[in-house]
Ligand binder design. Structure first.
Ligand code: ADP
Ligand code: MG
Length: 619
């Protein structure tokens, strides 16, 4: 018997390994850029010819390599970045597997020039298909320059497999963006066929995004931020109205590394779920910083996929962080923030002294105080979410009071100026409760000064949002109380709807409906929500079930959302119109304490604020 197994020569082994790491010019770009970052460079240049098929060159001003290292770096598993397996869990470098240069050298012609600052001469290495052709001292500048020529010259299958130049170049740009985006303190430049395409100076994150993706991003981005013991989240999300149908700019980084993580991407996208139509993609640029020991980067050769120790926790933080930003965003849709200073949603001009007019305004008025106020009126009552997720909304309510004080003291009157529009709200307002400046337009729009901005609110959609969130809370935490009917109504349904009703019986109970089957198609309504007239039940339940069926594709597995939405849609128009200031203020306070006050649960706009520029542009 003859033995047939033999060890492959290194050059062949490297070529095989290269298949995993270097799939196309873009992958080589990624590896070279990351090496330059790891070398501590502050300036990195990427020079490409013919979409990388002819030349990929990266020049950096980083640490450089010694004479011996310049040769060793092309060996497989040759790395300066880790020495033992434990180091894998304290990683701060991009590379650590010591494979990239060995792979590249196996499938291309490579020219390396490198010099350490502290040495007087540099080193040149020429290598072709893993074979060293030259290794000699030369004069060169500090740092490293690696040129990869004729990629895949000895792997025709790979070379033939490459896509058009346009596609390959877009992969290169994508890799460049991923590295350049997050390393904002490094200056980068990108050249293609002799032309400068990108030139980036060190800057902040927002500026870098704009430099890479265009000035139109300036008004689209909104900051998102959270710091806890285990995670730091920072970055920018695009406003929902900028979501795109196809691919959007979606960048998630963990510890300065671009990663793909479907669960975390979902955590971000699902925060938008009610704000954008399904199928649309929001843009985001988010950086997560976690303890390196809680992440496993070593699960794929290109290190784009990562595994997190506690992904549910990270999911929760990320999702709520984005939701919170979207909530804050909704209150100030058109304000141009100084992003670096963070969010300021106070409606009051700074340093402006408030003078309380002599009308008995209670400056300590607290809309949520259940005790009667000075005037004997309790003001509006707390909503189902007294501490809404939008920071500063209580301030808004206070400002609503004080803002008027300013007007009053200026004009010397105590009433809101009457502009001659319909439904002037001042009638019936008792002293002690400052009037709110608002009026109704075409019955369904509330026009109000919100944060010093003229704001239009679609009342019906606003109602739908309030009801939706109330019903979700009822389903998840606090069932709605039921008014028992002494003489139960009977309702009759089609067979399909009757079956569905049986399925949803428990949930409907939480929503205030005590409905029990009598026979196959009829049901006894033993109890209804407090405010509902008995006669309406048949209609509401019928329509609710129809709407639920229609939405079933929208909210595949999300029964509660579907039910809350379906009921909110039925009931939104049953509510009384806003006939008094009291009701209007109550409506506003409920809307503004919603988690997402500016789009209806079906994704339609509720609120529009006119920016001061927008108004001055009119004149
Ligand atoms: P890894 O990055 O996983 O360590 P590579 O094959 O990419 O493996 O690089 C091997 C080694 O070569 C690195 O560990 C580093 O010491 C050195 N090296 C590569 N590129 C550079 C560079 N641009 N500047 C300085 N050293 C470099
Ligand atoms: Mg590397």
């Amino acid at each position: 018997m003859t033995d047939i197994i033999h060890l492959l020569p290194d050059s062949v082994a490297n070529q095989i390994a290269a298949g995993e790491v270097i799939q196309r010019p873009g992958s080589a770009v990624k590896e070279l850029l990351e090496n330059a970052v790891d070398a501590g460079a502050t300036e990195i240049q990427l020079i490409i010819k013919d979409s990388g098929k002819t030349l990929i060159q990266v020049t950096d001003n980083g640490a450089g390599m010694s004479f011996n290292d310049a040769r060793l770096c092309f060996e497989r598993h040759a790395t300066s970045k880790i020495t033992c397996a434990d180091d894998l869990f304290t990683l701060t470098t991009k590379g650590f597997r010591g494979e990239a240069l060995a792979s590249v050298a196996a499938i291309a012609h490579v020219e390396l020039k490198t010099k350490r600052k502290e040495e007087t001469t540099g080193t040149q290495v020429l290598i072709e298909g893993s074979e060293i052709k030259e290794h000699s001292p030369i004069a060169t500048q500090d740092g490293t320059s690696i040129a990869i020529k004729n990629l895949f010259y000895n792997v025709p299958a790979r070379r033939n497999f490459l896509k058009s130049e346009g596609i390959e170049f877009s992969h290169i740009e994508e890799e460049f963006n991923r590295v350049a985006l997050i390393h904002t303190n490094i200056a980068f430049s990108l050249y293609h066929n002799g032309k400068v395409l990108v030139q980036l100076q060190p800057s902040n994150f927002k500026q870098r995004i704009i430099n890479l993706f265009g000035a139109h991003f300036k008004d689209k981005l909104f900051p998102t931020e959270q710091i806890t013991d285990i995670i730091k989240i920072s970055g920018y999300i695009a406003k929902p109205e900028n979501a795109k149908k196809k691919k959007s700019e979606q960048y998630l980084f963990i510890n300065n590394r671009f990663v793909r993580h479907s669960l975390l991407n979902y955590a971000i996208e699902s925060a938008y779920s009610e704000l954008i139509p399904s199928g649309y993609k929001p843009a985001y640029f988010i950086h997560l910083e976690l303890n390196p020991s809680t992440i496993d980067i070593n699960i794929s050769p290109t290190k784009v996929e990562v595994k997190l120790q506690d992904e549910r926790l990270v999911f929760g933080f990320l999702n709520s962080c984005v939701k919170k930003s979207l909530g804050a965003l909704s209150l100030t849709p058109r304000l141009d923030f100084d992003y670096e200073r963070g969010l300021d949603i106070s409606g009051m001009p700074e340093n402006k002294e408030l003078t309380v007019p002599p009308t008995g305004v209670n400056p300590h008025y607290n809309p949520f105080d259940s005790k009667p106020s000075v005037s004997g009126k309790s003001g509006f009552t707390a909503t189902s979410r007294p501490h809404g997720n939008i920071e500063g909304w209580e301030d808004f309510l206070k400002n609503m009071k004080t803002e008027h004080s300013v007007t009053s003291s200026e004009t010397g009157t105590t009433s809101t100026p009457d502009l001659g529009f319909s439904n002037h709200p001042n009638e019936g307002v008792e002293p002690g409760n400052q009037p709110l400046s608002y009026f109704l337009l075409q019955d369904n729009y509330l026009v109000v000064k919100l944060y010093n901005q003229l704001t239009l609110i679609d009342i019906i959609r606003g109602r739908e949002r309030i009801l939706y969130e109330t019903y979700l809370t009822a389903l998840q935490q606090q069932p709605i109380s039921i008014q028992q009917n002494l003489f139960p109504e009977t309702i009759t349904l089609t067979t399909g709807s009757a079956e569905l009703l049986l399925e949803l019986k428990e949930d409907l109970f939480k929503l205030g409906y005590d409905i029990q089957p009598i026979d196959k198609n009829s049901f006894a309504v033993n109890g209804t929500p407090m405010e509902e007239a008995k006669e309406e039940v048949q209609h509401i339940i019928e329509q609710l079930l129809e709407s639920y069926k229609a939405n079933i594709f929208l909210y595949r597995s999300e029964r509660e959302k579907n039910l809350a939405l379906s009921l909110a849609k039925q009931k939104r128009s049953l509510y009384k119109e806003l006939t008094s200031e009291q009701e209007t203020a109550h409506f506003l306070s409920q809307l503004l304490s919603c988690e997402v006050p500016y789009t209806s649960p079906s994704g339609k706009k509720i609120l529009h604020s006119f920016a001061p520029e927008e108004i001055s542009r009119l004149f």
